[in-house]
Design a protein around this ligand. Structure first.
Ligand code: CAA
Length: 389
C-alpha cells in the first residue's frame, strides 16, 4: 500500500466583484500606503447578491469533478466559518449542484480559519484507511466585518476545493504535525451576527503565539528543521501577516529576519491573497496555489504550512512537491478567476454589504448579478434555492 497521500488537485473560485483599496481609502480618508504597504492588500473580492459560500464552493469543485469524475469520491468535507445554516451542511447543496452520487458522506467543519486544515488531515486519515477512495475537501468563506471598522479593509471571499488522494499529483502531505490550541477571544462571530467581532492587535499577538506553539510541537514530533523548507504558506488574513509570522518564526529560531529572506520564503504565496483579501479557511491554500503557479520547479522541495484559526487552533505541517506537478496546475483558470471580477464603486460595495436575504419565510428572488456557473436564485419558505447555469 502506498504511503503517499496528499493534494491531487486544487481549484479555486472567488466572488463576482472586486473593491480596490484605493476606493475604500478615497471614501474613508486613509493614506493608501497603510493598505498597500501597512497591511499588504490591494483589493478584495466581494460576492454578488446571488453568490454565497455554496455557489463559490460549487464553482471551485466543479472543475475537479470534470477532470477526475465522481467514482472514487465518497466523502465531502466542507470547511467554513461563514456558515449559512445551523443544521444542514452547506456541502449537501454543493453535492447536488456538481452531481456527486448518493453514496457519499457530506459534513461541515468549523474552527475559524483552521477548518480546512482539519478537513485535509481527516481526509488523509480516510484515504489511508481505504486508498481507493478520494475525499473532496472544500474551504469556502465570505469575510465580513462592520462598515467603517478597522477590520473592513481585511474582508474578502473565496473557495478552494482540493481532491485528497493516494499518490497525489501536486503535494504529498507529511506525517508530523505541530499542534496548538489556546482559549482566546481574538476574533469570533456569535450566531446572531453576520459580521465578525475582532480585537485586531490581540488577534495578531494570538497568531504569533500560535506560530511559536505549533513550531515547538512540530520539532518535538520529529519535524524538519527550518532550513529544509523551500517556501512557507501561512494563513493570510492580510498578506503582511505572513511577513510578521515568518519573521517571528525566524527570530524564535535565533535567525535574523531580514526582509529579503522573508520575501524569498513566502513572497510568491501572497499574490492571490493580496488581490482577493481574507478568504478565512481557504486562505492558506490560495497561498499554495499562488506558490505552485509562479515558482520555478519545486519538485522534491518541502513547503511548510501554518494554518491559524482564531479562538484559537493552529497547525504546522510539511508537504513535498511532487514531480510533474506543473502539468496538473490550473494556472490559467486561477488567473481568470481573478481578472474576470468586475470592479465596483463604493456605493455598490456598500449596497452589497448591507444586502441580506429576507428572513420572513416568504418567496424572494435575488437580483441576477453573478456571471458564474452557479447562483443563489432566492429564498422561499426559509429554503435557499440554488441554480446551475
Ligand atoms: N504607510 C505604510 N504603512 C502604514 C501607514 C502608511 N501610511 N499607515 C499605517 N501603516 C502601517 C502600520 O504601521 C501598521 O503596520 P505594523 O502592523 O507593521 O506596525 C499597519 O499599517 C496597520 O496599521 P494599524 O495597526 O494602525 O491598523 P488598524 O488599527 O487599522 O488595524 C488590523 C489593522 C488589526 C489588521 C485590522 O485591519 C483588523 O482588525 N483586521 C481583522 C483582524 C485580523 O485580520 N487579524 C489577523 C490575525 S487573526 C487571523 O489571522 C484570523 C483571521 O483570519 C481573522
Amino acid at each position: 500500500m502506498s504511503n503517499s497521500i496528499g493534494i491531487h488537485d486544487l481549484s479555486f473560485a472567488t466572488g463576482e466583484f472586486v473593491l480596490p483599496h484605493t476606493t475604500l481609502a478615497a471614501y474613508n480618508g486613509t493614506e493608501i500606503g497603510k493598505y498597500h504597504v501597512g497591511i499588504g492588500q490591494e483589493s478584495m473580492s466581494i460576492p454578488a447578491a446571488d453568490e454565497d459560500i455554496v455557489t463559490m464552493a460549487a464553482a471551485a469543485a466543479a472543475p475537479i469533478v470534470a477532470r477526475h469524475g465522481t467514482d472514487r469520491i465518497r466523502t465531502v468535507v466542507f470547511a467554513t466559518e461563514s456558515s449559512i445554516d445551523q443544521a444542514k451542511a452547506a456541502g449537501i447543496y454543493v453535492h447536488s449542484l456538481i452531481g456527486l452520487p448518493s453514496a457519499t458522506r457530506v459534513v461541515e467543519l468549523k474552527q475559524a480559519c483552521y477548518g480546512a486544515t482539519a478537513g485535509l488531515q481527516f481526509a488523509i486519515g480516510l484515504v489511508r484507511r481505504d486508498p481507493a477512495q478520494q475525499v473532496l475537501v472544500i474551504a469556502s468563506d465570505v469575510s465580513k466585518y462592520d462598515l467603517d471598522s478597522p477590520g473592513e479593509a481585511t474582508q474578502g471571499a473565496a473557495a478552494v476545493a482540493m481532491l485528497v488522494s493516494v499518490d497525489p499529483a501536486l503535494v504529498r502531505i507529511e506525517d508530523p504535525s505541530g499542534l496548538f490550541t489556546a482559549d482566546v477571544m481574538d476574533f469570533w462571530r456569535p450566531n446572531y451576527r453576520d459580521t465578525a467581532l475582532v480585537d485586531g492587535q490581540e488577534s495578531i499577538g494570538a497568531y504569533l503565539q500560535a506560530v511559536e506553539g505549533t513550531w515547538k510541537d512540530y520539532q518535538e514530533q520529529g519535524g524538519r528543521s527550518l532550513d529544509e523548507f523551500a517556501a512557507f504558506c501561512y494563513h493570510q488574513p492580510f498578506t503582511k501577516m505572513a511577513y510578521k509570522a515568518h519573521s517571528h518564526l525566524l527570530n524564535f529560531n535565533g535567525y535574523d529576519a531580514d526582509k529579503e529572506a522573508v520575501t524569498a520564503a513566502l513572497g510568491l504565496t501572497t499574490a492571490y491573497n493580496r488581490v482577493i483579501g481574507n478568504s478565512y479557511t481557504a486562505s492558506v491554500y490560495l497561498g499554495l496555489a499562488a506558490l505552485l503557479d509562479q515558482a520555478d520547479d519545486l519538485t522534491g522541495k518541502s513547503v511548510g504550512f501554518l494554518s491559524y484559526g482564531s479562538g484559537s487552533v493552529a497547525e504546522f505541517f510539511a508537504g513535498t512537491v511532487v514531480a510533474g506537478q506543473r502539468e496538473h496546475l490550473r494556472t490559467e483558470a486561477n488567473r481568470e478567476a481573478i481578472v474576470r471580477r468586475r470592479s465596483i464603486d463604493y456605493a455598490e460595495y456598500r449596497a452589497l454589504h448591507e444586502h441580506r436575504l429576507p428572513a420572513d419565510g416568504g418567496d424572494h428572488s435575488n437580483p441576477v448579478q453573478t456571471t458564474g456557473p452557479f447562483r443563489l436564485a432566492g429564498i422561499s419558505g426559509h429554503k435557499r434555492i440554488y441554480e446551475k447555469r
